[in-house]
Design a protein. Sequence first.
Length: 186
Amino acid sequence: MVLRTDGAVVAIGGALLLAAADPVGAFLGIAGSPGLRIAGALCVGYGGWLFWTARRYSPDRLRGLVAAIAGGNAVWVLGSILVLLTGTPALTVGGRWAVAALAVVVALFAAAQVAARRQLRQQFATLGSADVALTYVCSHLAECLIRATDGVVRGALTLVQRCFAVYGEVRGDTLASPGTPCITSS
């Protein structure tokens, strides 16, 4: 179920990105970049494949896929953290918040996928074939990556919050300043 949901969210997000690449690019601070359209098309294809695959295969075969997708999501989160820490590409304040928010959503999907994988592992506790053993090894490696990422994500979210606060103080940006409400009444 979590893979189908992940696939649907990615495909819908990709379709929205394809449809609104120019306004999204302007919001992020990377207007005119063909990369957004390419990313949207890749997300539509990947999300559709993931949704279809998750519906097609048995739970035993999905166990390795769940681990691989969770590992890929962990890599996405780490990449997002690198984008935020390095400032490359140069994003607007809204773009940085969007990257951080998307990283949190992807981290939540990864956590849900690890939980689903654990349930599948309990259902298929015995290793009877080389294929299942290989799947187990890949799953274990992905789970280790997820465990390492969990602490990194928590630390990174705190770091991102502090970076925005410092950035806001330096630039006088009220959106990023600590203690400033997002919505102010006039």
